[in-house]
Design a protein around this ligand. Structure first.
Ligand code: XUL
Length: 542
């Protein structure tokens, strides 16, 4: 084996709209490669998807697992072409993350094929229809399982008890209610299902050449894992067994996030040039790995909050809490063995995108959007909205969209509506942070929209917090926007003997740009008006 200095680590991110990867040299603190396959641009017409998913109506949102495999094939080919065969053989750890909560339903045949695929053909051409008991996977945007959530609550003695056991109240997008719905609506297909993978463990299995375990970060996004023991909760599984028999046997194992779970498969070595000495670690959820990629680890971790402006907007940080009594926050396992808290706002980039094309036309770009923000007044003359164009997760709008305008905001006034969406999204985030008694003075920010300084200034002012961008290691340039694949790579590197703290110091420099709140007091009136509008519509449970 080469010395520690030559060993590279590959971190992957199978997210909602793209599949990306980062290769790092942990000893040198450098990024060797970063690449991405965009689903809509590169595979959209083949799989009939728009922004990476398909809306089937009634809150059902799915994506085809074969698309993720085809994107992985493209990404790994690009990796080899770009860094060359020798560097690929220097990769000794491989891991990654997936969009959370989504599930893949596999028949007994899938395991067989995975063990011995033909290296001359990509996996998506070999895992045929017989391997899946359901050709489309429900993803985190699905909000169709309200009645299954009620079953969880009834069977487990109420809403709060589900949260105490699993770290989250029963949530529509979580895998447990989704699995229950599948078992109730398609019992024969459920019976034929030998294995239910998370999106992350499904991709991990491609590297291992067998069905892969999950870990406590992504496992917690199912409402099936006990948040104290990090094992499947037998009481819950038993309570659901008349609807979903034999569930334990179908679930992946749970391994620690930083453990080595086996060598990379012969197929992966033959097809993409990996070395047989490369080890695979469990794949995690995109948010847990993003937390690591944003440098939150170690002794001072619990005060650090991250805002990720992606397909969804999310807020998360390390925590000692085991559940959130208000029901909005979710607790997941974190790679350092502890826990993290997350709030997920579904109407993130897609809602910003929607108003952009509605008011500025489908050809408009983000520059046009920003120029509107520049010429509209801060706090919008008191105009704001409940900006939930698609069913929202926080607050839970229960499978309905909810757009309501206030302060004389006129639907036909494009510029005022564009500003209102951005401001109101951050008013909503601030409202829910305050409900959790969280009033961070500094927030680390990442995700695609983090490149947009005008949006960040509004966020800093509305949230009354300083925003901190992480600079990518100098050789990679720029700021960290794919903190997920970077975080996965850091987790992989921890199994080479580097501590997470050392990796964080090397890769997650906070010594970069800061966006300071300049006009926070301008938003005082809007903050209270938003809180009043929201509490008018939503009952809080705490
Ligand atoms: C988190 C959540 C989303 C997905 C997609 O609970 O649903 O953030 O992980 O990124």
């Amino acid at each position: 084996m080469g010395s520690n200095r030559e060993q590279l680590v590959l971190g992957l991110n199978s997210s909602t709209q793209s599949f990306s990867g980062t290769v790092i040299n942990p000893a040198q603190g450098s990024i060797i490669w970063a690449g991405r396959v965009n689903f809509a641009e590169e595979l959209g017409s083949k799989y009939g998807i728009g922004s990476g998913f398909i809306e089937r109506g009634n809150g059902v949102v799915v994506a085809p697992p074969l698309m993720w495999l085809e994107a992985l094939d493209l990404l790994l080919q690009r990796l080899r072409e770009s860094i060359g065969e020798t560097e690929v053989t220097n990769i000794t750890r491989i891991t990654g993350a997936g969009q959370q909560h989504g599930t893949v339903y596999l028949s007994g045949e899938a395991g067989e094929i995975l063990r011995n695929p033909d290296a001359n053909r990509p996996l998506h051409a070999q895992l045929g229809a017989n391997c899946f008991t359901r050709s489309e996977s429900p993803i985190w945007m699905d909000s169709s399982t309200g009645s299954q959530c009620r079953i969880f609550e009834e069977r487990l003695g109420g809403r709060l008890n589900v949260a105490v056991r699993t770290g989250s109240v029963a949530m529509e997008r979580f895998s447990g209610p989704q699995i229950l719905k599948f078992a109730m609506e398609s019992p024969d297909d459920y019976t034929r299902t030998a294995h239910i993978a998370l999106i992350s463990s499904f991709i991990c299995g491609m590297f291992l050449g067998e069905l892969a375990p999950t870990e406590p970060g992504d496992g917690a996004g199912m409402n099936l894992m006990n948040i104290e023991t990090f094992e499947w909760d037998k009481t819950i599984i038993e309570a659901l067994s008349d609807y979903a028999p034999q569930l334990s046997a179908k679930l992946p194992k749970i391994s620690p996030a930083c453990s080595e779970i086996g060598p990379v498969s012969e197929f992966m070595c033959a097809r993409y040039g990996f070395s047989p000495r490369a080890c695979v670690l469990p794949f995690s959820g995109d948010n847990p790995d993003s937390l690591l990629g944003m440098g939150v680890t170690g002794r001072d971790a619990s005060g650090q909050i991250v805002l990720s402006l992606g397909t969804s907007d999310t807020i998360f940080g390390a925590t000692d809490r085991a559940f959130d009594p208000s029901g909005s926050g979710s607790i997941f396992g974190f790679a350092d063995g502890g826990r993290m808290l997350l709030l997920c706002f579904r109407n993130g980039s897609l809602a910003r995108e929607k108003v952009k094309s509605h008011y500025l036309g489908t050809d408009a770009n983000w520059k046009d959007f920003v120029s509107v923000l520049k010429r509209t007044p801060r706090a919008n003359g008191g105009r704001f909205m409940l900006p939930f164009f698609a069913p929202e997760i926080t607050p839970n709008t229960e499978n309905r969209s909810l757009v309501q305008r206030y302060g004389g905001l006129d639907d036909s006034d494009g510029p005022a509506n564009i500003r209102a969406v951005v401001e109101s999204q951050f008013l909503n985030i601030g409202y829910h942070l305050a409900a959790l008694q969280m009033r961070p003075k500094t927030i680390r920010v990442t995700g695609g929209a983090a490149v947009n300084r005008e949006i960040l200034q509004i966020a800093a002012d509305v949230l009354d917090a300083e925003l901190m961008l992480l600079s990518a290691p100098s050789n990679a340039g720029g700021i960290v926007t794919d903190s997920v694949s970077l975080g996965a790579a850091l987790r992989g590197a921890s199994s080479l003997g580097f501590s997470l703290e050392t990796l964080s110091e090397r890769f997650c420099s906070t010594n970069s740009e800061r966006i300071v709140p300049q006009n926070a007091s301008d938003y005082e009136v809007l903050r209270s008006a938003y809180a009043a509008a929201l509490s008018d519509r939503f009952v809080r449970y705490d």
